[in-house]
Design a protein around this ligand. Structure first.
Ligand code: KIV
Length: 273
């Protein structure tokens, strides 16, 4: 059986060259599948706003939403390292507010770490949460909670000025005590530039191969959507398989071909023959 990875083991990837994989997960059944796989980490992402709730973005997801989904993931994946994602509005008022919400996520989900977006602007709250005893993963680059400020879901770090700002953000996250930083939606060369200048591992999503860890959205990698971003490799094509299964079932019901005796309780009931 898989043994849950630890924060020191994740941090050690910076030196030992080990590569780890993370996938998002939001429900019990999927969590049992990840738990049976070799994937080391799960993110209960605020992307659940899109994948589970049908929102256009992540804004609007609440701490209660993440806790609700996170608890079911935890029940399904006890051997997998679980990161709970702090949603927009749960840590941008004060350090105290961030610690209170991080405490809720950590204790109510029973997750192993939390993640929050922002570099320098989130450094104080990261420090507060780490000092409260909760491992924190930072998140810079394309940060979905603030895409309105970025003008949409756009690749970041496209000028040297922007790259230097990303480096300042990554360093601020490291100095605040985070054990890892997620870098999203940047050119591969930018990831390498950052990686060579910080001392904590990078988990990349759309950030190229030069990261200690990689992350993907589960629905993207399973091929449950037609459209996926460029970086999201489809490791299965489940959308069409699921639709085909639905249609076969529908047709068999319409034709009276389902259920056959094989799928029926055939117990003899006295007096009913
Ligand atoms: O919420 C999420 O799923 C994320 C992804 C970018 C991994 O933060």
């Amino acid at each position: 059986m898989k043994k849950k990875i630890t924060v020191p083991e994740i941090m050690a990837t910076k030196q030992n060259g080990r590569k780890l994989a993370m996938v998002t997960c939001y429900d019990y059944t999927s969590a049992t599948l990840v738990n049976e796989s070799e994937i080391e980490l799960i993110l209960v992402g605020d992307s659940l706003g899109m994948t589970m709730l049908g929102y256009e973005g992540t804004v609007g997801v609440t701490v209660d939403d993440v806790i609700h989904h996170g608890k079911s993931v935890k029940r399904g994946a006890p051997q997998t390292f679980i990161i709970g994602d702090m949603p927009f509005g749960s840590y941008n008022v004060s350090v105290e507010q961030g610690i209170i919400n991080a405490n809720r996520m950590f204790t109510e989900i029973g997750c192993d770490a939390i993640k929050l977006e922002g570099g320098k602007r989130s450094a104080a709250v990261i420090k507060g949460i780490v000092e409260a005893g909760i491992p924190v993963c930072g998140h810079i680059g394309l940060t979905p909670q603030t895409t309105s400020m970025m003008g949409g879901f756009k690749v970041q770090g496209k000028s040297m000025e922007a790259v230097e700002r990303l480096l300042e953000d990554a360093k601020a996250i490291e100095e605040a005590g985070a054990f890892m930083v997620m870098v999203e939606g940047v050119p591969t060369a930018v990831t390498t530039y950052l990686k060579e200048r910080i001392n904590i591992p990078i988990i990349g999503i759309g950030a190229g191969a030069d990261c200690e860890l990689q992350g993907l959205i589960m629905q993207d990698m399973l091929g449950l959507y037609e459209w996926v971003p460029k970086f999201a490799k489809k490791y299965a094509l489940l959308r069409q398989q699921v639709i085909d299964a639905f249609n076969t079932y529908h047709q068999e019901v319409a034709e009276g071909a389902f259920p056959t005796p094989e799928y029926s309780y055939n117990t003899k009931v006295e007096g009913l023959e």
